[in-house]
Ligand binder design. Structure first.
Ligand SMILES: [Fe+2]
Ligand SMILES: [Fe+2]
Length: 335
């Protein structure tokens, strides 16, 4: 079982040679002059530089006018996807401090705090959108869409349970599962939703929502890199904790659920998106994310099956979705 950090441990040891990402003996002091993980220092600059607030994003009144002109399939997808994104950002805000309780590197805990703040801002951004675009009754229906939609409910429940298991029983195995679950949430679950808003914006619809989503995506990309780095460091420092079978089964389940949900909510009637492109994009993205954490699965030539050899792209977009990471952000060397 993992042990929670003490708030203040006067007999702790903050020296770099004895510092580990978890299971260390931190005093609780944030001595950020002494940094063991150089990628964390670079990430701090990028994450702070990304500061934004949703109230400053203009144009939502035009989105409110446009909302009533959306095709029925677009309107349904808009509501369902915002509901799912709201859920993801809510549980991220709530659960990230649970990780921090066991992280014994101050430079990494600093980033987790910034991430929690950003997830809360993302929740505020959906609030800001819904306040302007829909009326109070519809707003509530969007927040609680999972009460009526079985596919969404089962999805939310599955994700929430992985975090709950870790919170209730913080074993090494549950910590690792929650870590991979977090990585999948940040790196895979948001992206069909993002692709939908890109497609709407390309068709000159819901432009301000798309603008807001772009700010959110910029933050999410840093969260992807943060958790990829944490996973890599854990694999290096605690190889016994790294379980390739768990990575594989969680990835397979995540891909299955993401395709099921995305096809369910997007269908074939949103111009620019089809069931097929959604599936291809999800599989391609999952393989890209596996490569980021350079898993044993990859070394054993396992990957998510794809039915296309070329990366999927939104064919109608003016430019392909940018999946590149901010240049300042570095991945830690592969173990
Ligand atoms: Fe977020
Ligand atoms: Fe995030």
């Amino acid at each position: 079982m993992l042990k929670k950090n003490q708030i203040f441990n006067p007999t702790g040891d903050d020296s770099l040679e004895n510092r580990t990402i978890i299971k260390g003996r931190t005093t609780g002091l944030f001595n950020l002059n002494a940094v063991k993980y150089p990628w964390a220092k670079a990430m701090y600059q990028v994450m702070i530089g990304n500061f934004w607030v949703p109230e400053k994003v203009s144009g939502l009144t035009e989105d409110a006018n446009m909302y009533s002109k959306l095709l029925p399939a677009e309107g349904r997808a808009y509501r369902g996807i915002i509901s799912f994104l709201t859920f993801l950002d809510s549980i991220q805000t709530v659960n990230l401090p649970n990780f921090s309780d066991y992280v014994t590197s101050p430079e990494v805990n600093l980033l987790l705090s910034i991430q929690s703040f950003q997830e809360a801002i993302h929740s505020q951004s959906y609030t800001t959108i819904l306040e302007t675009v829909v009326d109070a009754q519809e707003r509530d229906q969007i927040y609680y869409y999972w009460r009526e939609d079985k596919v969404l409910f089962e999805r939310n429940e599955y994700i929430g349970q992985i975090y709950q298991d870790f919170k209730d029983t913080p074993s090494d195995a549950n910590f690792f599962r929650a870590l991979i679950g977090n990585f999948l949430l940040e790196s895979l679950y948001f992206y069909n939703g993002f692709a939908f808003f890109d497609t709407l914006a390309y068709n000159s619809k819901m432009i301000a929502t798309g603008r807001m989503i772009n700010y959110i995506r910029r933050d999410e990309l840093t969260h992807v890199v943060l958790f990829a780095n944490i996973i890599k460091e854990i694999r290096q420092e605690f190889p016994e904790m790294y379980d390739a079978k768990v990575v594989r089964s969680l990835f397979e389940e995540a891909v299955k659920q993401e395709i099921l949900w995305s096809q369910h909510i997007l269908g074939d009637d949103v111009p620019g998106m089809t069931r097929q492109t959604t599936e291809q994009y999800t599989r391609w993205l999952a393989n890209d994310r596996l490569r980021m954490i350079k898993t044993l699965c990859i070394l054993r030539r396992w990957s998510i099956p794809t039915n296309t050899s070329r990366p999927w792209r939104i064919t109608t977009a003016r430019r392909p979705i940018s999946l590149s990471l901010p240049s300042l952000i570095t991945l830690s060397p592969a173990p």
